[in-house]
Design a protein around this ligand. Structure first.
Ligand code: 0FX
Length: 244
């Protein structure tokens, strides 16, 4: 039986996609794995199985994957795939952005800031981040009332839908890819960190200010902050939006 490795650091998405893979368990054996920095105990409990840990910086781990698996599917795996892995096995990534418009870190945040289109993409992994040939992609509607969290939730649904619609073609390698139109935009974790620091002296229109704050509002998470001029302490800011 062909073995497929699913590698992830996002438990929520793993749990949501598990039934999609399970439908093919009579033809493929699926193993779940995580990165060394993810919580193994939590993944084991929720996925009800022995989750493996692979450190893709280690040659021994990469060689093990190459030896045992014929396909690797990244479901929000936060590790970079080394060249030896992507040249020896077909590796596929599910990305919470519309390639090549929103490559990289927390795409919905940058799509609100830049007012760019957003969606989800399934693509082959090449040597650059979220850059390989596209297997499937689809837009998600972004509304003025969206925060990072509400937009992210819509994107997760779209990722699941794309996976369900394309799982057979992915497993049996029967899809036709699209070459990304251009290099698009790539944002990194440090760009997000930079956005979070609010400069009280910065001049913005009200629209720009609202967009910055809703882009950085993600439920209870502490993202945007400014420094209290009186105490020097960090004050976190989140924005709540709703229609009347
Ligand atoms: O798994 P994931 O949804 O996705 C991230 C990247 O955005 C994605 O491009 C990459 N392919 C994948 C491997 O990692 O990330 P997360 O579970 O860490 O965060 C989910 C959302 O939560 C994120 O889009 C924004 C929000 N968030 C998360 C943290 C940790 C914040 O707003 N602030 C935070 O500090």
């Amino acid at each position: 039986m062909k073995k497929v490795l699913i590698i992830s650091d996002n438990l929520q998405l793993c749990l949501r996609t598990l039934p999609i893979f399970e439908e093919y368990s009579h033809e493929f054996e699926f193993d779940y794995s995580i990165s060394p920095f993810s919580d193994k105990k939590q993944f084991n409990e929720k996925l009800l199985g022995a989750v493996k840990v692979f450190d893709l910086r280690l040659e021994a781990d990469v060689n093990l994957i190459i030896k045992h698996y014929s396909l690797v599917i990244s479901i929000h795996c936060k590790q970079l795939f080394p060249e030896s892995l992507i040249t020896n096995i077909r590796c596929i990534n599910i990305h919470p952005g519309y390639n090549p418009i929103n490559r990289g870190w927390y795409p919905q945040i940058f799509s609100i800031i830049n007012d760019s289109e957003i969606g989800a993409t399934i693509h082959e992994i090449d040597e650059d981040i979220d850059h390989g040939n596209i297997i499937a992609r689809s837009f998600v509607k972004k509304e003025m009332v969206d925060t990072s969290k509400s937009l992210y939730d819509k994107i997760l649904e779209k990722e699941i839908e794309l996976l369900r619609d394309n799982i057979e073609a992915i497993l049996f390698n029967t899809y036709i890819t699209i070459v990304p139109e251009d290099e698009g935009n790539l944002y990194l974790k440090r760009d997000f960190k930079e956005l979070c620091k609010l400069n009280l002296e910065e001049k913005l229109t009200m629209l720009e200010a609202i967009n910055r704050l809703r882009a950085l509002s993600h439920g209870e998470l502490n993202n945007a902050y400014f420094i209290d001029p009186d105490t020097g302490q960090k004050i976190f800011v989140t924005l709540n939006l709703k229609y009347s």
